[in-house]
Ligand binder design. Structure first.
Ligand SMILES: [Zn+2]
Length: 261
């Protein structure tokens, strides 16, 4: 199928591109054919799914560019937790590459924003920002122009380790929860848009804030990504993360993948 590639714009044969990298779904399935996928809406649902949402979006060269620059580091980093230390409050993982990980998260949101799949419809709200996201992903940069503002001035990424402090749900069950890009809107425009996804037992949030606003300059949410050589992610009990708690509570008790161990 020859169509313009959504990243480079060239008319080329397109690949069936995964929105959330294939390696995540593969790992979370851990040999079983399905993962547990949570969808948040007015009536949250939790269902077993093959987690395999894909669409013709990118040419082979652009697929490779995203894989090599972002996914290869991003998908492995949280899973391996190489050299990690942890205490009751935090997990700290060394050898963190801020730019690469940040753009890895942005690349997932960008692909969702250009996807026509129903499940990613909320990400279409990003259409005005899409050219900026595309530029940064294509050029492997955080800068919107050579001297100009940076993407991370107004799109903030934060990461939290999701645990069950009551120890009723196995960590491996939480780690296999594919919580694929759900959406939350502030009460008004100044509160921004917030996209959540859960991968490898970490809740990743991208908050799109009004550029230049006090909210963007003072953004100080726990677990926000900082340009440092290590990642420090606070531990958060799933029961205080409203969308996850609501979705898990919505599961019927029979055949409940979150049943206490
Ligand atoms: Zn391309």
């Amino acid at each position: 199928m020859h169509r313009p590639c959504r990243l480079c714009g060239q008319h080329k044969k397109l690949c069936l591109s995964h929105i959330v990298p294939k390696s995540f779904a593969k790992r979370m399935k851990a040999g079983s054919p399905q993962v547990v996928e949570v969808t948040i809406s007015d009536t949250p649902t939790t269902a077993k799914s093959n987690g395999d949402h894909k669409e013709y979006l990118l040419c082979e060269d652009c697929e490779r560019h995203i894989k090599v620059c972002y996914e290869d580091t991003g998908t492995i980093y949280l899973h391996r937790k190489k050299g990690a230390s942890e205490n009751k409050e935090y997990i700290i993982i060394p050898e963190f590459n801020y730019k690469s990980y940040y753009l890895f998260v942005i690349s997932i949101i960008w692909r969702a924003s250009i996807s026509s799949l129903d499940i990613y419809r909320p990400a279409q709200e990003l259409s005005k920002l899409e050219p900026y996201l595309r530029h940064c992903i294509k050029e492997n940069t955080l800068y919107l122009s050579p001297q100009g503002p940076k993407l991370d001035d107004f799109i903030k990424v934060s990461i939290a380790r999701v645990v069950d402090l009551l120890d009723q749900i196995k960590q491996e069950t939480l780690d296999r929860l594919l919580f694929s890009l759900n959406f939350e809107r502030g009460e008004n425009e100044t509160e921004g848009l917030h996209y959540h996804m859960m991968l490898d037992g970490f809740l990743i949030t991208a908050s799109i804030l009004p550029p230049g606003s006090p909210l963007a300059s003072n953004w100080n949410t726990p677990g926000r990504l900082l340009d440092r050589r290590h990642l420090k992610a606070p531990k958060v009990c799933f029961s205080v993360i409203k969308p996850i708690f609501e979705a898990i509570s919505a599961v019927p008790t029979t055949n409940n993948p979150f049943a206490p161990k």
